[in-house]
Design a protein around this ligand. Structure first.
Ligand code: PGA
Ligand code: ZN
Length: 425
């Protein structure tokens, strides 16, 4: 039973305030979790409640922390922490708004995750095992950023994430080994070209490129110079995050000041898919561009994963609608987009039921919190996206999955190619 719940302000990887919640149960078990924060947020997301005003550029979270201590804590007292659904339902009802704007999505998600941790601690099992409840799980395929971009790098290039996936690796641990070599190779190429200029928000190299294509070219070269076969061993995964540079029918590229209609954007991306070893593309068109999403999926969905992030905002109904209409074939799962653990799980289940790829994802603003590492394994998501291969708010998640994989020993099954919603890469 929940005996005590406490909210406090802590700091995230961008040096911005965020909400931490600590839950104490009557049996002595403790759970703790921290809310992450996005920069390229979708319109349908749960609202990240910020104070406004001058303090920390308006980003302080004193109101959200007060929601936890004044309203949420007394309301959750004596509830069974093992009954996540009941706790989450109460949080949603207590807030009473469609976008979690009254108590704050940050206050609610931190509470929901902290209760989840407390439940696992009380059962005395690792969180992933608590979530799996005996069902078989796979260790996820990691999607790891090599170059940042978009809203995470001052729009230096349009594409937000240039990532690699290593589906031919035999284990998660081997996939990280391969990625480390590729990251090093990319760094050498950047230095040799005089383009090493630090890192972007999620720890990938700062994209000092003259075009998106130059980034793709450099990444392909890094894969090959690290000794891997493009596409059959290691592939490229892109988060276009197109809502950041346009909406239905009109997209403005940062570098050459070109404006593209939906058709031209899809043609440009299609050209990249033909030329480079791209296995996955996220948010290829704007979140309001339903026809564009359909067209892109119709053209490329048989050989390429098409992920809805801003387009689906971790919402089960949107996932079902997308599947019915034929838009996208994979869903990104961000607990703080949905608001609660239960809703995030429902979106993931909805995705699995329609045969979508499912990817548990971090946000660009992160902390040492490792909840999503456990979600990706315990929910058997198949894929995990955390950002780059530097900086400890990212490495904390990769390292936690390494520990889980090791703890499973010979019984650990790595998702590899099975993570993708297509049969023929
Ligand atoms: P965000 O970016 O956390 O800044 O929204 C992550 C993503 O778009 O996948
Ligand atoms: Zn995204």
């Amino acid at each position: 039973r929940i005996a005590k719940l406490h909210g406090r302000r802590v700091w995230d990887s961008r040096g911005r305030p965020t909400v931490e919640v600590e839950v104490h149960l009557s049996d002595g078990a403790i759970g703790r979790a921290i809310a992450p924060a996005g920069a390229s947020t979708g319109q349908g997301e749960a609202l990240d409640l910020r104070d406004g005003g001058d303090r920390f550029g308006g980003l302080d979270v004193r109101r959200a922390v007060a929601s936890v201590n004044r309203e949420i804590a007394p309301a959750l007292l004596d509830l069974d922490a093992a009954d996540q659904e009941a706790v989450d339902r109460l949080l949603v009802d207590l807030d009473g708004t469609p976008d979690r704007g009254r108590l704050g999505g940050n206050a609610i998600v931190a509470t929901s995750m902290a209760v989840l941790h407390a439940g696992a601690a009380s059962a005395d099992v690792p969180l992933w095992q608590h979530l799996a409840g005996g069902r078989p799980v796979r260790i996820p395929l990691p999607e790891i950023q090599i170059f940042g971009g978009g809203a995470h790098a001052d729009r230096r290039v349009d594409v937000q994430d240039f990532m690699v996936v290593c589906p031919a690796a035999r284990s998660f641990s081997e996939a990280l080994d391969w990625t480390a070599e590729i990251y090093r190779a990319a760094g050498s190429l950047m230095r040799a070209a005089g383009k090493a200029q630090g890192v972007a928000d999620e720890g990938g190299f700062w994209p000092a490129f003259d075009s998106n294509e130059e980034a793709l070219e450099t990444l392909s070269l890094a894969i090959e110079s690290a000794g891997f076969a493009p596409a059959t061993q290691v592939g490229i995964s892109l988060d276009v995050a197109a809502s950041q540079f346009g909406s239905a029918g009109k997209y403005t590229l940062a570098l050459d000041d070109r404006t593209l209609d939906t058709e031209a954007l899809i043609d440009m991306l299609g050209g990249w898919i033909r030329q480079y070893p791209i296995l996955s593309v996220e948010d290829p068109v704007g979140e309001d561009d339903h026809d564009g999403m359909l067209e892109f999926t119709r053209r490329h969905g048989r050989h390429c994963q098409v992920i809805g992030d801003d387009y689906l905002v971790t919402n089960a109904e949107r996932v079902e609608a997308a599947a019915t209409g034929g838009a996208v074939n994979a869903v990104l799962i961000k607990p703080n987009q949905a608001g609660t653990i239960t809703e995030a799980f429902q979106a993931l289940q909805a995705g699995k039921e329609v045969g979508f790829g499912t990817i548990v994802s971090a946000r660009s603003g992160e902390t040492e919190d490792i909840t999503i590492a456990h979600l990706s394994v315990g929910w058997d998501a198949g894929q995990l996206k955390v950002g780059s291969f530097t900086r400890s708010e990212r490495m904390a998640k990769w390292n936690e999955v390494l520990r889980i994989e090791e703890s499973l020993g010979d019984s650990a099954e790595f998702s590899g190619w099975s993570a993708f919603p297509f049969a023929d890469p």
